[in-house]
Design a protein around this ligand. Structure first.
Ligand SMILES: [Mn+2]
Length: 225
């Protein structure tokens, strides 16, 4: 059983790496493709291209596609626990592999509380429209700038707190912060535990590969040219 996880594609926004994505999706072979949130960016004003159509068509070649909803694609919330074609919608996805328990979430629920409740509101939609306009007008990527700023100011909840909230599983994987990273340690019962952030397809083009309980964080390198 082989699974591949990608997150934070932000399809429809200016800085989505669609061409690389098409190449990546064409190349990979897996039994299950897991899309861990912020796949389509509905918070901005999405505009889709012929590459988007190619991408959506290619999803039908996988046996199973798991779509975990994030804060930018919350518009799909009512699809949760349902399926559209071969795509299953979830808020959180768990499975066993190689005797290890896995949990995958988007990760926005671990944001600091003020911003989290704020982003649910109407105001954020207004701000997003302006953000979208600024990004298109001057071709700058405000999301990556904001994520880096938050990391510098330590506004994100610490990884260790996220790990503590998920200590009932062996492997916890999330996206959301656009920061690819992996932490592996041995707990007091000598179990090997793993935390992975799958990164994004705006700045990093990273993915997680899971086979027989072993998971690896990798970067997709564009072929040829
Ligand atoms: Mn997010």
């Amino acid at each position: 059983m082989k699974r591949i996880i990608i997150s934070d594609l932000h399809i429809g926004s200016t800085h989505c790496r669609e061409e690389e994505l098409v190449q990546f999706i064409q190349t990979i072979e897996c039994d299950e493709l897991i899309l861990a949130g912020d796949i389509v960016d509905f918070i901005k004003v999405p505009s889709f291209t012929s590459e988007t159509a190619k991408l959506l068509k290619m999803l039908s070649r996988f046996n199973r596609v798991i779509y975990i909803i994030g804060n930018h694609d919350h518009a799909f919330a009512k699809f949760v626990n349902g399926t559209v074609g071969n795509i299953e919608f979830h808020n959180c996805y768990e499975f066993m592999d190689g005797n290890r328990k896995f949990r995958i979430e988007h990760g926005d629920k671990y944001d600091n509380s003020f911003w989290h409740t704020f982003t649910e509101g109407v105001l954020i939609k207004v701000i997003s429209v302006f953000q979208d306009w600024i990004e298109r007008r001057w071709n700058i990527d405000l999301a990556t700038w904001w994520a880096n700023r938050k990391i510098k100011k330590r506004k994100l909840i610490r990884i260790w707190d996220i790990i503590n909230l998920n200590n009932d599983v062996d492997v916890f994987i999330m996206g959301h912060s656009h920061t690819p990273e992996a932490v592996i340690w041995v707990d007091e019962d000598q179990n090997i535990k793993t935390y992975i952030n799958s990164g994004d397809w705006v700045a990093h083009t990273t993915y997680v590969n899971i086979e027989e309980g072993v998971c690896r964080l990798r970067k997709f390198e564009v072929l040829g040219e």
